[in-house]
Design a binder for this molecule. Sequence first.
Ligand code: CU
Length: 190
Amino acid sequence: MALLAVVVVAAAAFSTASGASYGVGKPNGGWDLQTNYTSWASSITFRLDDKLVFKYSAAAHDVVEVTKDGYLSCSASSPIAVHRTGEDAVELGRLGRRYFICGVPGHCDAGMKLEVRTLCSIPSPPPPGSDGDGNGTPGGICIDGSSPPTIISTPGVVSYGSAPGSSGSATTALAILAAATVMLLSLIIV
Ligand SMILES: [Cu+2]
C-alpha cells in the first residue's frame, strides 16, 4: 500500500506538461513603451519550461537580459544575453527570477523592464492522508526539469534530487507515513 502511494506520487511527478508560451505584454500591448510589465507579469504564473516571446520593432527596441542590479539601475552594460530579432523567444528553463530590459537609452527608465519569477512545473502533491499543511504551495517538492526524480530503493522514500527551493519536510512526512503504514501492515500480518 505504501509502495502504491509512492508509485502514484512518482507517476504524477513524471507527467510534466510542456510549457506555455506568453507573448510579453499581450494581449493589450507588446514589448513597447506603453505596457506596464509589473502588472502584466503579476497576472501570470510562470512555470518551468514556459516561454516568453518578445515581439517588437527591431529598429526601435531590443531585449537585454540583465542581473537584478542591471534591472534596478536600468543598466544594460553587463548583459547576460542580448536579443535583437524583433521576435525573441526566451525559455524559462530554471527556477527563480530573471530580468529583462530594453537596452535603448531611456526606454528602461520609461518602463521597458520586466521581472519574471519562474515557479515549479507542478504544484507539490500533498502526501496521502495528510490534512494539508501547505505542501501544495510552490517551494515544497519541486521538479526542476533537468533532473528527473530518482527513486531510492528504500520503500516509501522518494528523492527529488537537488531541486532548488525544495524543502525536505514533504518528503520526510511521506517517508514517515509510509514507514508507519509498513509497520502497521506487518503487525496485522503477524
Ligand atoms: Cu525600447
